[in-house]
Design a protein around this ligand. Structure first.
Ligand code: MSP
Length: 643
């Protein structure tokens, strides 16, 4: 069977983190499992590079977008390598193989009337790269609960995609294919969303140049989501590529819950419009949250350096933790002490310990030579029955992308094996002359159990499979999925060794400081008690009226070279762009100010700071070391008066 699985393509606007790693690790497990089943697997991941936020981040780093993304994409590739991700392909949306397919599809949809030209007037959230209508905004901000950031007013000539035309066809498809969107909670959410009415989607932009050009109207670039979704077929060489013929439709498209909407609505409608089959399963998992309940994300400053974590604990342990803690339909919580707890209990204590203690007994009582089993007793029968049950359960869970439940079942088997050691007490059998045959059976059962554990865990923790095989002095031909519930595979007479602990216990105290302190978080600002500035002398209303205070929209911000304190801002006031130099660089990263509406003293005499003419001043409140620029919660045009 052919099996095609995809992850979303990631925005390379910042390095990947443990939260973003979940989707890719989960997809990797399914890819590896299907390879073990003998399927021909194509596993795709990649990066989504034509976004407006990429341009902004690159600007803030004073780099060309392409140079900037080239650097970050390398970090993604390195992370996937250190996490043993077995993707067959990595697509970048700046590649030609992708761009040409997007242009071809755009032109086709335009020719057949599914894309038309009109004018967009509404709001755009750049962090989410999403268009919002006025009515969807919450307090004038992005309604995505994880974002809630300011949106920008757009009014530009745009192309639109007729989502509305396909609304009923999509609803009918979802009704007829109950397994298409999973888990059920996401499916219900999507149905409600579609039933509330689909509006045609703006699919081009003219206010920046970074992106794939609309082929017949090159002042437009294609909207990043339309562009990005097409990666799933452009990577296969749509329309004529061999891989396309072989692998489309995808078996599983897996992603975080925040972007199911794009994959379960826009993507299927693109495919319907092209008359192509829809993916068999769109699966939306939860998020990894930090202990304080917020989503792990770079913008919240709560991410730890993933490379450091892998160096510390190893890829297998990180993979295990991520997969084990994310239950279907809910979010998972990540913290380094939870991770260490899982390593110590599940990996070191349950799994690693069974392997080392049982092999140590084969070495001690039989010189490391696997004995011949004589006769199964009820305990062996019970283990055999359990192994069939567990394999069946794992197959079934993996079919539903429920990786946590698959691991739970595997650990049920491991726990039973640990109990078997205590029940059979080989140390006392060894002392009894007439129990030697029984001891042979028990020791043989140990070795076979280890083989079964190695098979079942192979898709999840590929790093330990060769290590277990070397303890069993065998190559990886022993690791065959279909043999996970068969017994009697290892030959008597084979030799085994005790080897090192698979998962040494971790002493959390050696990392205690780092655990408490996220690596990349922003420094916390403590509010100290500071004497307030004395009040100034009274002024008249006429004095106050001399000040021309205006709302200004920050278009760009950058650090002034060779200073720690100054930021150079470009601020739009009544259609004019002014340069304002402000001493706030120690309190704000440049990108934090972009798009903010600030208050500007607009009639201040220009002054030169570090060779730059500053045409005004922005207002900020400060006390001691804390400084907060005054911003407006509601969107007002640049130039509005502040009175
Ligand atoms: N570029 C789009 C996807 C386009 S696919 C055609 C995008 N990129 S992203 O980099 O912002 O997110 C990629 C994936 O990472 C999403 O599935 C998102 O849900 C996931 N995650 C980001 N942070 C996460 C957690 N803290 N926890 C789990 N998944 C998280 O969206």
């Amino acid at each position: 069977m052919n099996y095609y699985i995809t992850t979303p393509i990631f925005y390379p606007n910042s390095s990947p983190h443990i939260g973003t790693a979940y989707t890719t690790v989960a997809a990797d497990v399914l890819a590896r499992y299907h390879r073990m089943l003998g399927d021909q697997v194509y596993f795709l991941t990649g990066t989504d590079e034509n976004a407006q936020k990429i341009v902004r981040t690159a600007e803030a780093h004073h780099l060309e977008p392409q140079t900037y993304v080239d650097g970050v994409v390398e970090r993604f590739k390195e992370l996937w390598k250190s996490l043993d991700i077995s993707n067959n392909d990595f697509i970048r949306t700046t590649e030609e193989r992708h761009g040409k397919v997007v242009q071809q599809i755009f032109a086709k949809l335009y020719e057949q009337g599914d894309i038309y030209k009109s004018e967009y007037s509404g709001w755009y959230c750049t962090p989410c790269e999403t268009f919002w209508t006025e009515s969807k905004l919450i307090d004038g901000k992005c309604p995505n609960p994880d974002c809630l950031r300011s949106v920008e007013l757009l009014k530009e000539e745009s192309y639109f995609f007729r989502l509305s035309k396909y609304q009923n066809a999509l609803l009918q498809y979802i009704e007829e294919h109950p397994d298409f969107i999973q888990p059920l909670s996401r499916r219900n959410e999507m149905i409600r969303f579609i039933e509330s009415g689909l509006e045609d989607l703006c699919v081009s932009r003219t206010t920046f140049k970074w992106g794939i050009k609309v082929p017949f109207d090159p002042k437009h670039v294609v909207y990043v989501w339309l562009d990005a979704l097409i990666n799933y077929i452009s990577a296969l060489g749509y329309p004529d590529g061999e891989n396309y013929q072989k692998y489309w439709p995808a078996n599983v498209q897996i992603m975080g819950k925040d972007i199911v909407r794009f994959h379960a609505i826009i993507w299927p409608i693109i495919l319907m419009a092209l008359d192509l089959p829809l993916p068999r399963l769109v699966y939306g998992h939860g998020w990894y949250l930090s202990k304080d309940g917020g989503k792990i994300s770079k913008s919240r400053g709560n991410v730890q350096d993933s490379f450091e974590l892998i160096k510390r604990y190893g890829s297998d342990a990180i993979r295990y933790f991520l997969l084990r803690e994310m239950q279907v339909g809910t979010d998972g919580t990540y913290s380094e002490d939870n991770l260490v707890e899982r390593i110590n209990s599940d990996l070191a204590n349950d799994f690693g310990n069974f392997v080392s203690r049982s092999l140590a007994m084969v070495v001690k009582y039989r010189g490391g030579v696997v004995p011949r089993p004589v006769q199964d007793g009820p305990l062996e029968m019970e283990l055999k029955t359990l192994s069939s049950e567990v394999k069946k359960g794992v197959d079934e869970s993996l079919g539903r992308c429920d990786l946590a439940s698959a691991l739970e079942q595997i650990w049920r088997f491991i726990a039973r094996c640990n109990k078997y050691v205590d029940e059979t007490a080989p140390w006392s059998l060894a002392k009894q002359e007439d129990q030697q045959e029984r001891l042979d059976t028990v020791l043989y059962t140990f070795v076979e159990s280890i083989r079964i554990m190695a098979i079942l865990t192979a898709p999840f923790m590929p790093g330990i499979t060769p290590r277990i095989c070397s303890l069993l002095s065998s190559d990886e031909h022993l690791i065959r999925w279909e043999e996970a519930d068969q017994w009697g595979i290892i030959n008597s007479g084979a030799s085994v060794q005790k080897g090192e602990q698979l998962f040494p216990r971790i002493d959390i105290s050696q990392y205690a400081e780092e655990v408490a302190k996220p690596v990349e978080s922003e420094p916390k600002q403590e509010t100290k008690h500071v004497e307030l500035e004395p009040m100034k002398e009274e002024i008249s209303i006429e004095d106050f009226a001399k000040l021309d205070l205006r709302v200004g929209k920050v278009l760009s911000a950058e650090k002034v070279a060779k200073t720690d304190k100054l930021l150079k801002l470009e601020i739009e006031i009544s259609g004019q762009v002014r340069t304002v130099v402000s001493g706030i660089a120690q309190h704000y990263a440049p990108e934090d100010l972009i798009n903010k509406s600030v208050v500007v003293v607009a009639n201040l005499k220009p002054a030169k700071l570090r060779g730059i003419t500053s045409q005004g001043m922005i207002l900020a409140a400060s006390q001691g070391e804390v400084l907060e620029v005054l911003t407006l919660d509601k969107e007002l045009p640049g130039g509005a008066q502040v009175k």
